[in-house]
Design a protein around this ligand. Structure first.
Ligand SMILES: [Fe+2]
Length: 301
């Protein structure tokens, strides 16, 4: 619900400037420094200071970075720990997508997915900027997400992340009309997903920026040109081009880190992409990560 005090009301310059200054002052460009705050030995006995650090990071950056320092040799046990950590910060309602494992986390590694298209996430190719579930229906939005790395690639596979709040700031500072365009309910349309003549997901039309009931910003976005139809007017097209220039030219606000085994990020579905990578010839050493998508944002349950 948008109120007159919200920084997301375009006429509310004072609230926006205050919120903007706080966001940018708090920004830290170093994921490794954030990860040191949350080194988890035993998820069953999480130190209250670590819980606090997780929630502070999430409230400041929409992301919290952690490392398991005593991983198990059994991947299934590590997966159970990931579930436990997610639930600990309020990520409870997991969205089971068509590629998910039985426990609803999705194992992402290079593979031919049975009966599915060859989706880019399951290849070693570069994965372009997006938020997760940008094609979901309005009542099934992905507000929270986690990526937990069980094994890193032998080279490449760097993660790049951008807080959607900062994307909003960069767009609004450039031209407030970009925000109006991206808040329009017909800003973007994702065509239906059709497999072997059968519709497995209907066409979705919606806003890029919307407000979660908590008053926080929510973003749906994909840089893929083939699968998105943008509203055909100048502010929308220019806003899309502005984001593309960020991806092409870089920004000091884009976080970069090659996640190592047993490192992860819990987030409020931030913008992210990954670089191409090369896997080891040893199947045990090939890049593997678990992804969880949630209807919840991070908060104390
Ligand atoms: Fe993703």
């Amino acid at each position: 619900m948008i109120t007159s005090h919200s920084p997301f009301v375009l006429s509310n310059h004072t609230a926006y400037q205050h919120w903007r200054a706080t966001k940018l002052d708090q920004f830290i460009p170093d994921i490794a420094a954030l990860m040191i705050e949350i080194e988890i030995d035993n998820i069953s006995q999480l130190d209250p200071l670590q819980t606090r650090a997780l929630l502070i990071q999430a409230s400041r950056y929409n992301m919290a970075f952690y490392r398991f320092t005593q991983p198990d040799s059994d991947d299934a046990i590590n997966k159970a720990k990931v579930h436990q950590l997610a639930q600990h910060v309020g990520l409870q309602r997991i969205d089971k997508n068509i590629c998910a494992d039985d426990d609803k986390l999705t194992s992402i590694k290079v593979c031919q997915h049975k009966g599915q298209h060859q989706y880019i996430p399951y290849s070693n190719k570069r994965l372009s900027w997006h938020t997760d579930g940008y094609y979901n229906t309005a009542d099934n939005q992905i507000n929270g997400m986690l990526l937990h790395f069980e094994q890193h690639a032998s080279s490449g596979g760097e993660s790049l992340l951008l807080d959607p709040d900062i994307a909003y700031i960069l767009l609004r500072d450039e031209n407030p009309d970009y925000i109006k365009a991206f808040m329009h309910p017909k800003a973007m349309t994702i065509p239906a997903n059709i497999l072997n003549g059968k519709i497995i997901r209907a066409t979705q039309t919606g806003a890029v920026f919307s407000l979660h009931p908590t008053g926080n910003l929510h973003m749906r976005y994909s840089a893929r040109t083939r699968n998105i139809q943008w509203r055909n007017n100048s502010p929308t097209q220019e806003a899309v081009a502005f984001l593309k220039s960020l991806w092409d030219n870089g920004s000091p606000y884009i976080l970069r880190h090659t996640m190592q085994a047993h490192e992860g990020v819990l987030c409020n579905n931030v913008l992210h992409c990954r670089t191409a990578f090369k896997d080891s010839d040893n199947p045990q050493k090939q890049r593997l990560l678990y992804r969880g998508r949630y209807l919840d944002r991070i908060a104390l349950p």
